[in-house]
Design a protein around this ligand. Structure first.
Ligand code: JFE
Length: 227
């Protein structure tokens, strides 16, 4: 999978070189390119923002700069993800569907976000015909300083679902049970007793049928408390 991220803070993507995602890049399964939006600017001050029409607080990112950055990336068969707190909420189903695509482009805004005409422009029928799909996505109901951290969250959730990225495909198999609330049972490892607290006996029984039943019950109890 080809992934482009466009940002004025490329350093936010340094953690993408670590762990599973870093290895996936070394293996050639994921090809992540981070583009510095400032390098696209042509004025002496590297301006990327201006005051909002209609007034109000803060600054808005210039469509001209974003157009120059995105035009060469949005050729065909590509999903453009514009991060915004007003977008569709990212979830596991969305991660699974994005894990199947060829090319993702993350537009990471700052300030009060990107001039809305950027979204409008790449949503036009000519782009739809050439396979450009635009998505406005939020990772949750809180306001971040910009789209970088949200993109990193999405990239991690998506890329670990690509075949060959996760070392052990069995840990992905269990996640498919998530819709029945199977994923969120409590886990235990050695030692059998720690600071006076014992591992539940059932987990030492070797009875896999009973263990599965117990885990399902535990997950359901947790789900009741959390949601
Ligand atoms: C940007 C900002 C005030 C945006 C109305 C670009 N889930 C999620 N939370 N926050 C974001 C995503 C996010 C994504 C991109 C962003 C926040 N900001 C900051 C500040 C109002 C805003 O939009 C700029």
């Amino acid at each position: 999978m080809k992934i482009d991220a466009v940002t004025i803070f490329p350093e936010y993507f340094a953690p993408a070189q670590l762990s599973l995602l870093g290895k996936a890049q070394n293996k050639g399964i994921v090809d992540l390119a981070v583009h510095d939006l400032r390098s696209i600017t042509s004025d002496n001050h590297n301006t990327v923002d201006d005051t909002p029409y209609g007034g109000g607080a803060g600054m808005v990112m210039l469509p001209e700069v974003w157009g120059k950055a995105l035009d060469p990336l949005l050729i065909s068969d590509v999903d453009l993800i514009i991060l915004t707190p007003a977008g569709k909420r990212f979830n596991q189903a969305m991660a699974e569907s994005f894990a199947k695509v060829n090319h993702l482009v993350f537009a990471c805004g700052r300030y009060e976000g990107i001039d809305d005409r950027v979204r409008q422009y790449y949503s036009q029928p000519e782009f739809v015909k050439s396979g450009v799909r635009v998505h406005e996505v939020s990772i949750g109901d809180y306001v971040l300083g910009g789209g970088e951290v949200a993109s990193l969250v999405m990239i991690e959730a998506i890329t670990r679902l690509i075949p060959g990225v996760l070392g052990n495909p069995e840990s992905l198999m269990d996640e498919s049970h998530n819709s029945d609330g199977y994923l969120e049972y409590p886990n235990f490892t050695k030692p059998q007793e720690w600071r006076g607290i014992s591992v539940p006996e059932i987990l030492l029984s070797g009875n896999h049928g009973e263990i599965a039943k117990w885990r399902k019950l535990q997950a359901q109890e947790r789900a009741k408390k959390a949601h």
